[in-house]
Design a protein around this ligand. Structure first.
Ligand code: C2E
Ligand code: MG
Ligand code: MG
Ligand code: MG
Length: 291
């Protein structure tokens, strides 16, 4: 963001999310926004199988294009949206966009899996699972092309309700990823009780790996634990080659981060995929000690 962009929270007021009008709750044609509150759009970040360098999927990440502030990251938007009914509409929009995008990729012969994030509140009713089932059918997208990322925080609030929604998603055939693994409570319980297909090691641990031996040890243990339970492990926040080598040496399955690519609009992703040449580890058993 440039220096003249106002701070995220001006005058102590949280930013006002865009209006929950039909233009962003399911209508396919985006209208220029007459309210000036901007536009919601999805960015996609590649996920790469570490051993082969192959692109195995993308994570869909929400962006809010604000007319004055430019592209706003989802953190602040989600935090505000979660206090109100706006979150529900945002999630609906995310599901619509991602499933439609998956259908486009499939039609174009691009075999990608996409993950989308849902928030705590989304799991308190079965609505999101119903919507996902409906859109997959309507767009003719195979359920195993889609993955839903949940955070451990979601599980604290209303475990029974949340568990019911997660089970419903699992029955549909959609993958479930436990996001930000290691930052929540009783993670081990969740690994045991949930029908997970994937665990995502939180980027706070991954970012510290090369500098902090404890972080590196924690990440290695998480990888080992998830592997022993038969879960795919994704490391997020892989920013450099040294981290990527450490992860390879530790047996991590998939990496996601700026080392490969930043999140980008779907139109850009097409070009990126065409230019991409697999990044493969060239070394070695002691790659983790190379500096
Ligand atoms: P997350 O699901 O853990 O997403 C990963 C975050 O790491 C993304 O931040 C991504 O841009 C960032 N990231 C990826 N690679 C790197 C890297 O190499 N270095 C660093 N420093 N960061 C990297 P982003 O896009 O700002 O999203 C933040 C959080 O907002 C997400 O964390 C997720 O919890 C939430 N979020 C994003 N999109 C949605 C959405 O559509 N719905 C919901 N409910 N939450 C969303
Ligand atoms: Mg995520
Ligand atoms: Mg995460
Ligand atoms: Mg997060």
């Amino acid at each position: 963001r440039s220096a003249d962009v106002p701070p995220a929270v001006a005058d102590g007021q949280p930013p006002t999310p865009p209006p929950a009008g039909p233009a962003w709750s399911g209508e396919r044609e985006r209208q220029p926004d007459p309210t000036g509150a901007g536009e919601i759009t999805m960015y996609y970040q590649p996920q790469i199988a570490i051993a082969t360098g192959e692109v195995v999927g993308v994570e869909a990440l929400l962006r809010w294009r604000h007319p004055r502030r430019g592209m706003v990251d989802p953190g602040e938007l989600i935090q505000v949206a979660e206090q109100s009914a706006v979150m529900r509409l945002l999630t609906r929009r995310v599901v619509d966009d991602v499933v439609e995008q998956l259908a486009k990729w499939t039609a174009a012969g691009t075999d990608l899996r996409a993950a989308l994030n849902v928030s705590v509140r989304d799991l308190h009713t079965g609505e999101v699972a119903d919507q996902i089932a409906d859109r997959l059918t309507r767009f003719g997208v195979r359920p195993d092309r889609l993955q839903v990322e949940i955070t451990e925080g979601a599980l604290m609030a209303d475990p029974r309700r949340v568990l019911a929604t997660i089970s419903q998603l699992h029955r549909i055939g959609v993958g479930i990823a436990l996001d930000d693994f290691g930052t929540g409570y009783s993670s081990l319980q969740h690994l045991r009780r949930l029908p997970l297909s994937e665990v995502k090691v939180d980027r706070s641990f991954v970012l510290g790996m090369t500098e902090d031996a404890d972080d590196a040890a924690i990440v290695r243990s998480m990888i080992e634990l998830a592997g022993a339970l038969g879960l795919r492990v994704v490391a997020e926040g892989v920013e450099d080659e040294r981290t990527w080598r450490l992860l390879h040496a530790a047996g991590c399955d998939v990496a996601q981060g700026w080392f490969y690519a930043r999140p980008m609009p779907a139109e850009e992703l097409t070009g990126w995929l065409a230019r991409y040449r697999p990044v493969r580890p060239t070394v070695t058993a002691d790659g983790d000690r190379q500096r």
